[in-house]
Design a binder for this molecule. Structure first.
Ligand code: HEM
Length: 317
């Protein structure tokens, strides 16, 4: 009896500790320890996007690919070593994920003013928000206080990042496993209003699918032949790939989604109504996108004394 009560008390303390750890994430986390952290990051991010507009897209995607593998812990930034399996060479990242240097440069600037204080995981989260705001998307209060991992996992990255050929059910289930709803998934996929995809990711769709607009498919085929040109780029949003708006959803309603994983969001299934709502109501898309990014930023956190604050983002201390 006493042992049972002891175990229950222990579990309760564990619960309180875990709640306390969660509570440590806050938009004001660095207000005393490094008051100019977020403005310093913003400056670095703005200057990177000013010289390469696509970088806005790449930074938003980097946060997604970080959070879906071991949580938002900057594991995606670690280089290969004898003890680290870099995620940079995972299927969804290799020759595809961009922006590692932009985060490292922001980190260098922040280290100059507050050495050892600001995590790389937080810098990625702030960079994604600043990128969104810079290109006309929502700004939102990023919660801070994440810590950096001392490990990475290519195996997990290969297993957990969604792929362009997946169907709706499988995509919904992947997001659900991370605590995100189908609505969150549709809002987050709306970041395909920005950026580019390589020919090999949409070839099957433009040659072999029936739910694709004929004119759109034929335009895309010009630069993406049946064989070769695998890495030739096409915009994910055919109308306005450089600004954050809701044209992505309008495209889907005309069967002009570039990836299979885009078009499945509007193909007679359970998410059709969300796509159509966002196509009619850009303000709702914008506010849901901000909320979903905040929620995604909460996945699998290291807080308190877990993990570390890396000195450079590409290697553990
Ligand atoms: C629903 C599942 C998703 C799949 C299957 C998927 C797949 C892809 C693929 C295949 C590309 C092109 C990569 C390349 O060709 O190199 C891409 C680009 C991109 N993805 Fe996703 N994505 C998904 C969800 C998301 C989410 C949730 C976000 C952000 C929160 C996101 C943000 C982006 C951005 C911004 C780009 C353009 C990147 C650039 O131009 O550098 N994606 N995605």
């Amino acid at each position: 009896m006493a042992a049972k009560a002891g175990a229950a008390a222990f579990m309760f303390v564990l619960f309180l500790v875990s709640v306390a750890c969660q509570a440590q994430l806050s938009p004001t986390f660095y207000d005393t320890s490094c008051p100019t952290a977020t403005s310093t990051i913003r400056r670095a991010i703005r200057s990177a996007i000013a010289s390469d507009r696509r970088m806005a897209a790449s930074l938003i995607r980097l946060h997604f690919h970080d959070c879906f593998v071991q949580g938002c812990d900057a594991s995606i930034l670690l280089d290969e070593t004898s003890s680290i399996q870099s995620e940079k060479t995972a299927l969804g990242n290799m020759n595809s994920a961009r922006g590692y240097n932009v985060i490292e440069n922001a980190k260098t600037e922040v280290e100059k003013i507050c050495p050892g204080v600001v995590s790389c995981a937080d810098i990625i989260a702030v960079a994604a928000r600043d990128a969104s705001a810079y290109v006309g998307g929502p700004s939102y209060a990023v919660k801070l206080g994440r810590r950096d991992s001392t490990t990475a996992s290519r195996t997990l990255a290969n297993a957990e990042l969604p792929a362009f050929f997946e169907d709706l059910e499988s995509l919904i289930s992947r997001f659900q496993k991370k605590g995100l709803t189908a609505r969150d998934m549709v809002a987050l996929s709306g970041s395909h209003t920005l950026g580019q995809a390589q020919c090999f990711t949409f070839r099957e769709r433009i040659y072999n699918h029936s739910n694709v607009d004929a004119g759109f498919a034929s335009t895309r085929r010009r630069r993406c032949p049946r064989v070769g040109s695998d890495s030739t780029l096409a915009p994910l949003d055919l109308v306005t790939p450089n600004s954050f708006d809701n044209n992505y959803f309008k495209n889907l309603m005309q069967n002009k989604g570039l990836l299979q994983s885009d078009q499945v969001l509007f193909n007679g299934g359970s998410t059709d109504s969300i796509v159509s709502e966002y196509s009619r109501n850009p303000a709702k898309f914008s506010s849901d996108f901000g909320s979903a990014m905040i929620k995604m930023g909460d996945i699998g956190l290291l807080t308190g004394s877990s993990g570390q604050i890396r000195r450079i983002c590409s290697a553990v201390n």
